[in-house]
Design a protein around this ligand. Structure first.
Ligand code: 13P
Ligand code: SF4
Length: 316
């Protein structure tokens, strides 16, 4: 594995990353949960859907993906002739890790004839075994696209699933997975915060628990939360999602106040430990060495591509 310690400390990392980006004809895609200094170097910052769309349409030779493994894997599935690198291959996701393919297949086998919708936060193997993929920005539309007489299996996020059941009235069978970041927010702490900021709007990601979502004025994907905050007349926002999004919110609306929803313990658990594995040092190294790369067998890639393409067609 590469060691950040091997980097000459006198290097101007930002300048070096920009130089390597030009030299290798690379595009840098970053999720909103990345550190601010990583976001500031990106060509595209977006939610899961926007980043998948950007990965599919790019004509750059290299995609440097600052996000987590399933996102970079999706980029490779959609644009297989490109070199896709991820600064740290260990940048996983509790949702993807909690849905191993053997248990997933056994679960599907218990519900023959059902349509499986999988949240994009899952492995390529799980995608390949699914009928259609969704992200938090298109999930409602994807659920509504399934004929009413079909049973739906929804994996792996239980909270997003419950939210969709409530929104659409569809009775779905839910996989019991959770995001370890969104699970740390507690309604009790949010109530106390709201009492201190009575004029603030609570906005939340649908990966949060139902009790917390009930308190939210607006629920949406990371980019939908950002857009709501920019357009709203309100001046103060309590933001119940990973704290990295506050960087873009504050940058694009410097006159507004953004408060990160507090986690249950007095820790930094509202930062995704996987997302935050990607540092400037590792980004520099992965662009310099074009490693670590995302690779997968072609048969798996093709099988995983089909349900992602179905999603992209419905999201156009
Ligand atoms: P979106 O950016 O699609 O809202 O997803 C949030 C998330 O948890 C990504 O891992
Ligand atoms: Fe996965 Fe949650 Fe991290 Fe998103 S924030 S990558 S859902 S663990």
């Amino acid at each position: 594995m590469q060691e950040a310690a091997a980097i000459d400390p006198s290097l101007d990392l930002e300048q070096e990353i920009l130089r390597l980006k030009r030299e290798k004809n690379a595009i840098l895609l970053a999720h909103y949960y990345q550190d601010g200094e990583v976001q500031d170097l990106a060509d595209v910052i977006g939610d899961s859907l926007q980043l998948a769309q950007a990965a599919k349409k790019t004509d750059a030779d290299v995609i440097a993906f600052c996000g987590v493994h399933f996102m970079a894997e999706t980029a490779k599935i959609l644009n297989p002739t490109k070199t896709v690198v991820l600064p740290d291959l260990n940048a996983g996701c509790s949702l993807a890790d909690g849905c191993p393919i053997d248990r997933f297949r056994a679960w599907q086998a218990r519900h023959p004839g059902a349509v499986t919708i999988s949240y994009i936060n899952c492995s390529a193997e799980v995608k390949a075994a699914s009928d259609i993929i969704c992200t938090s920005s298109n999930a409602e539309k994807i659920v509504r696209s399934v004929p009413a007489d079909k049973q739906i299996l929804f994996a792996p996020d239980r909270n997003l699933g419950r939210y969709l059941v409530q929104k659409t009235g569809r009775d779905m069978v839910l996989w019991p997975g959770v995001c370890l970041v969104h699970e740390t927010f507690r309604a009790r702490k949010l109530i106390a915060l709201k009492e201190r900021h009575p004029d603030a709007a609570i906005i939340a990601h649908p990966e949060c628990e139902p009790g917390l979502l009930q308190m939210a004025e607006f629920i949406g994907s990371t980019s939908a939360l950002l857009q709501f905050a920019l357009r709203s007349d309100k001046q103060t926002f309590i933001v119940a999602t990973e704290a990295g999004i506050l960087h873009q919110m504050q940058k694009q609306a410097p006159h507004k106040t953004f408060i990160a929803a507090p986690p249950e313990a007095n820790c930094a658990c509202n930062e995704c430990p996987y997302m935050r594995l990607n540092s400037l040092e590792k980004l520099y190294l992965c662009l310099r060495d074009l490693s670590p790369r995302l690779e997968m067998p072609e048969a798996l890639r093709r099988a995983a591509e089909r349900p992602i393409e179905r999603m992209l067609e419905l999201s156009a």
